[in-house]
Design a protein around this ligand. Structure first.
Ligand code: PEP
Ligand code: MG
Length: 317
């Protein structure tokens, strides 16, 4: 309908047979958070903190950071807010963290790695997050972007513990992290799949290049297989940790069904996608979603995966 762009998602994310999949929002600051709450988001699955400071030449002060984060937390009292530490570099350079002369920025010092070249910034950000969380009623989880190894996950978890933050997690957006998910999730409490970067790094295709758009599809069976591996690792013996998706893939209703079929526990997306994703999800049972995930995994190409899944979702006609 013409109202679909403005539609409000009303209720809980769930399949036709009642399997709950909370639908969360991706936001870049307090203004977005207001829109996300109005659109019916059940919480925030990704707060991109670098978006709060894109124009800054210098590191924001503790007070500036606390105000920016609290502005989002306060829109979601009693709800989950997953805040991501600065993902500076590549497509999101921050002048105070990014070396503009790197030859391959997507493979460079970005995200968590800036802790090695600009020591102290991450520690101070975690202190600001802890202070903002302390003074708000949101349930704050904190995660690091661009984690590649088990060691990095463990180090991030210990930094969070030192700051008094109890629910550390990591983004799984580098293939090595997906392959080692079982061990990484031994170090942290949750993972969030960043399908934008996971696709870029799996397919070796710069996410910013138009001519590579077909390669850069989260429908690529190789990407879906890595997502499945991450979920399997999260359920390995000895632990059962939540794995969400916060990349653009979660905003594609047919792909969202596949992701649920692969076992992801939450979906986080641009607020305007919430209503459509919620509607399509409620049209299938969990078993049907699992069958569709198998169909997509078995497809010979991204295009074939998409076509075969969409053909089995009459609600999309
Ligand atoms: C992703 O990589 O999928 C993601 C959610 O993070 P960003 O798009 O901010 O890199
Ligand atoms: Mg990313």
């Amino acid at each position: 309908s013409t109202a679909s762009k403005l539609a409000v998602f009303d209720g809980d994310g769930r399949t036709a047979d009642g399997h709950l999949v909370p639908l969360l929002a991706n936001v870049g600051g307090a203004k977005d958070a207001v829109k996300a709450a109005a659109a019916g988001a059940q919480g925030v699955g990704l707060l991109r903190t670098e978006f709060c400071f894109l124009e800054r030449d210098t590191e924001p002060t503790l007070d500036e950071q606390v105000a920016a984060y609290k502005g989002v937390f306060d829109e979601f009292a009693g709800k989950k807010v997953v805040i991501r530490t600065l993902d500076a570099g590549a497509d999101k350079p921050l002048p105070f963290l990014t070396d503009a002369s790197e030859p391959n920025p997507a493979l460079g010092v970005r995200g968590y790695r800036t802790d090695w070249t600009s020591p102290g910034v991450l520690e101070r950000q975690l202190a600001a997050i802890a202070a903002a969380a302390e003074s708000s009623a949101a349930l704050v989880w904190v995660m690091a972007p661009m984690i590649a190894t088990v060691e990095e996950a463990g180090h991030f978890a210990s930094m969070c513990a030192a700051a008094g933050l109890e629910t550390p997690g990591v983004m799984v957006e580098i293939p090595s992290a997906a392959l080692r998910a079982e061990h990484i999730l031994g170090q942290v409490e949750f993972a969030s799949l960043g399908t934008n970067d996971l696709t870029q790094y799996t397919m070796a295709a710069d996410r910013q290049l138009g001519p590579l758009a077909a390669l850069n599809s989260p429908w690529q069976p190789a990407v879906l297989q890595l997502i499945g591996l991450t979920v399997t690792g999260s359920r390995a013996e000895g632990h059962d940790k939540p794995v969400g998706v916060c990349g653009e893939a979660a905003a594609d209703p047919a792909l969202a069904v596949v992701l649920v079929g692969l076992g992801v526990s939450t979906l986080s997306m641009t607020p305007r996608a919430l209503a459509a994703v919620g509607t399509v999800l409620s049209s299938v049972t969990l078993a049907q979603a699992q069958d569709l995930a198998q169909l997509a995994l078995a497809a010979p190409s991204a295009a074939a995966a998409k076509e075969s899944v969409r053909a089995k979702l009459p609600i999309l006609d």
